[in-house]
Design a protein around this ligand. Structure first.
Ligand code: NDP
Length: 336
């Protein structure tokens, strides 16, 4: 059994060049396992937009990713050695396994998961941080009422796809926004949103008005920000709610991303709440149980974009930031 862990580390902070060039692949020798530690062979790694934010040396809700250290990220895998009473060899786990082939250390934040009825990757998607983020934004912030018109941006992505399906379950009219006809077809035909608008199309604004049918917007699950959000703000109904989940259109670089018309907050009495899923730890059990129930009733479906090979994490991550993925973006660990 190999006692090396291959790792993707942050070798420099982003500048004007490619994000992909900020990472490098290294091999690290693992010491003997200590009492209370586990060693996990990672099988799938989660690629998440928040990692881009942490590449900056700037104040945020999490500390910057340290230079020359393995990229911190969720992963799923199998325990290959354990000196911890709660974990056994062969257990499947999800936790902060990071962008590496093997995690070794204390199992803080790791939980055992069952793959009896559900694939392991689901714990990085709807039954993981992704799904809980969608659930919090919809159920705790937007709280859609039956018949209300709700917009979901980045609708074909990991969070947006689940958020929209939860809104549908609550009886809302759900309007997705995504980049390109292939994604929009997926959002309506597979995910079951009422409609989906292609923000890259030249008639996006007209198609938005067409979809709203003169009734205005009651809620927005906002993953994108920028010009899309500005258009929505002008069309809000009184007391509309915005769950501000992400602002990926700004690229999560150091440049501020403005909101064009602050008057609309006042005139439409809009509530906009920025939220971070890790602030809602007490809600995770109910969220996961609710989502598991929706999965078993087959009212939630999802897709994964899986890229093979740890060495391809930087490329896959960069491609996700430019919108290549549909659904949850994952890297499958293969031997390198
Ligand atoms: P996605 O699977 O949605 O992938 C990112 C998507 O963002 C791309 O596929 C692309 O879709 C879209 N995108 C990228 N650039 C732009 C752009 N310039 N304009 C419009 N859309 C763009 O990722 P996740 O589901 O993991 O994350 C979705 C959002 O949720 C992100 O903003 C992320 O930061 C946020 N998030 C927030 C959390 C929280 O706790 N607040 C937790 C997890 C995620 P398209 O082709 O349709 O443009």
């Amino acid at each position: 059994m190999s006692l090396e862990s291959n790792q993707i580390v942050l070798s420099m902070r982003p500048g004007n060049g490619s994000i992909e060039d900020c990472f490098s692949l290294e091999s690290k020798s693992l010491p003997a396992l200590q009492e209370g530690e586990i060693r996990v062979a990672n099988q799938y790694i989660s690629l998440d937009p928040y990692i881009r934010l942490r590449l900056n040396d700037a104040k945020s809700y999490m500390a910057p990713q340290p230079l020359n250290s393995v990229i911190e990220s969720a992963a799923v895998g199998e325990i290959e050695a354990s000196r911890h009473a709660d974990f056994n060899t062969g257990d499947k786990v999800v936790g902060l396994g990071n962008w590496q082939s093997k995690y070794q250390g204390k199992p803080n934040g790791f939980r055992k998961v069952s793959t009896q009825h559900i694939p392991l990757t689901t714990y990085l998607g709807p039954l993981g941080m992704t799904g809980v983020t969608a659930w919090i934004g919809v159920k705790k912030i937007i709280k859609p009422l039956s018949g209300e018109q709700i917009i979901i941006t980045a609708a074909s992505g990991a969070v947006g796809s689940v958020a929209g399906q939860i809104c549908k379950q609550l009886g809302a009219k759900v309007i997705g926004v995504a980049g390109g006809p292939e994604k929009c077809d997926y959002v309506t035909e597979v995910l079951g949103f009422d409609t989906c608008l292609d923000y890259k199309s030249s008639d996006f604004e007209a198609s938005l008005d067409d979809a709203l049918k003169g009734k205005g917007i009651d809620g927005v699950f906002e993953n994108v920000g920028g010009k899309q959000l500005d258009l929505f703000m002008e069309r809000m109904n009184p007391h509309a709610r915005v769950a501000l989940c992400g602002l990926i259109s700004g690229g999560y670089n150091a440049t501020p991303l403005p909101i064009a018309n602050a008057n609309t907050f006042l005139t439409s009495r809009i509530t906009m709440k920025g939220f971070i899923v890790s602030d809602y730890l007490e809600d995770w059990p109910i969220a996961l149980s609710d989502i598991a129930s929706m999965i078993s009733q087959e009212v939630i479906t999802w897709r994964e974009s899986i890229i093979e090979g740890l060495e391809n994490c930087p490329r896959a991550f960069t491609e996700m930031l430019s919108g290549k993925n549909i659904g949850k973006n994952l890297v499958k660990i293969t031997s390198i």
